[in-house]
Ligand binder design. Structure first.
Ligand code: SF4
Length: 362
């Protein structure tokens, strides 16, 4: 049976049915509609004011590739300028290839690219060194816990380095729905309380962050990349299979089979959640070491690094350094591994991770 006509242009044959609405569109009309919806998300949410210098968290994966491409299309209408900021976590066999994709995109789209590396920012620690330190096997569930916290910090540092006023990340509706599910499953009322909305406005001196693709489904992100013939990196991070997020993803797929709008419904649920005042996190202060936003004496990144240096990564998660006494002298992260631990000690990351495991709370 021949494909139906595109219901928008009525000229071409439809190439897809939109997963949620069932609307039959040709590739060109779908891409136009997708870009218009992202524009509406940004404008209605007042996410990026005219004149903003926007750091796009670029990982080479499909989400950040689509985000950078769409924002590049929309930049003249929004009146913003773009910078690509990529984070090199130091993950052998994964990140090098992903960064090569980011470099190709930057060259193709003529966008300035800055790469910031964990090793440079965090006293020599790479994710591979963290993995050795926390598990000895190099494949610990703890990796994403550490990586997410450090990645968030690295992206902030990179954005400041390029003079950005705003940060955008490529989280889509599925990422956000998985995060909501994870927070429910953990009973993490604090994260649920602050997890709604399209981003953060930049409390405590942090740069404002937002997620322009938050209302776009993963399927449509993939379709957009397909019809625009975007070149992206699609391998999974070597540490991702251990992540708790995989269970939430599986659960979401089951829910979507019965209710196709489940992902977006969860995103909107998180926006509307009104938790009791006691469940809300305390107002953030400043980290006593680096000055970043912190709900304890040390921010999460400083607490994690502190624990790694002390060879006590488990204690570093979920506890302020002020609870642990004075730090010992730093040790070389490339030397003998520290004690095993940390994996289940905390939530996963807050990164814009294309390894698909990250906790999408920017
Ligand atoms: Fe980091 Fe993402 Fe890999 Fe986890 S999956 S270790 S958050 S890059």
């Amino acid at each position: 049976m021949p494909a139906p006509q595109c219901s928008s242009c009525h000229a071409a044959r439809a190439a897809l049915r939109r997963p949620r609405s069932g609307q039959a569109l040709c590739g060109a009309c779908f891409c136009t509609a997708f870009e218009a919806e992202v524009l509406h998300t940004v404008q209605a949410g007042r996410l990026l004011p005219p004149g903003a210098v926007v750091a796009v968290g670029a990982s080479g994966g499909k989400d950040s590739t689509v985000l950078a491409h769409v924002l590049r299309e929309l930049a003249p209408r929004l009146g913003v300028s773009l910078r690509l900021v990529a984070v090199d976590e130091g993950i052998g066999g994964y990140r090098d290839a992903a960064l090569a994709a980011v470099r190709r995109q930057a060259a193709l789209w003529d966008l300035p690219l800055t790469v910031v590396a964990y090793a440079d920012l965090f006293g020599g620690w790479t994710m591979d060194a963290v993995a050795r330190s926390t598990a000895g096997s190099g494949r610990s569930r703890a990796c994403c816990t550490f990586c997410g916290v450090l990645r968030r910090r690295a992206l902030e540092e990179g954005a400041r380095l390029v003079g950005a006023t705003h940060i955008v990340t490529g989280h889509n509706a599925d990422d956000m729905a998985e995060t909501v599910l994870m927070n429910f499953l953990r009973g993490d009322a604090g994260r649920l309380a602050r997890g709604g909305g399209l981003g953060s406005r930049g409390e405590g001196g942090a740069l404002p962050r937002c997620r322009p693709l938050q209302l776009a489904s993963q399927k449509e992100v993939v379709l957009y990349a397909h019809f625009r013939r975007l070149d992206y990196f699609s391998e999974e991070c070597v540490y991702a299979p251990e992540a708790f997020r995989g269970h939430a993803r599986h659960l979401l797929k089951l829910l979507e089979a019965a209710r196709p709008s489940a992902a977006l419904d969860l995103v909107h649920s998180a926006e509307r959640l009104a938790l009791a005042p006691a469940a809300r996190p305390p107002p953030p202060g400043a980290c006593s070491r680096c000055g970043a936003l912190a709900s304890r004496a040390l921010c999460q990144a400083c607490a994690l690094l502190d624990g790694l240096q002390r060879g006590r990564p488990r204690l570093a998660i979920g506890k302020g350094r002020d609870e642990e006494g004075p730090p010992p002298p730093p040790r070389d992260p490339r030397s003998a591994p520290g004690p095993a631990a940390a994996a289940a000690a905390a939530g996963e990351c807050g990164a814009a991770c294309e390894g698909r495991c990250a906790q999408a709370s920017v």
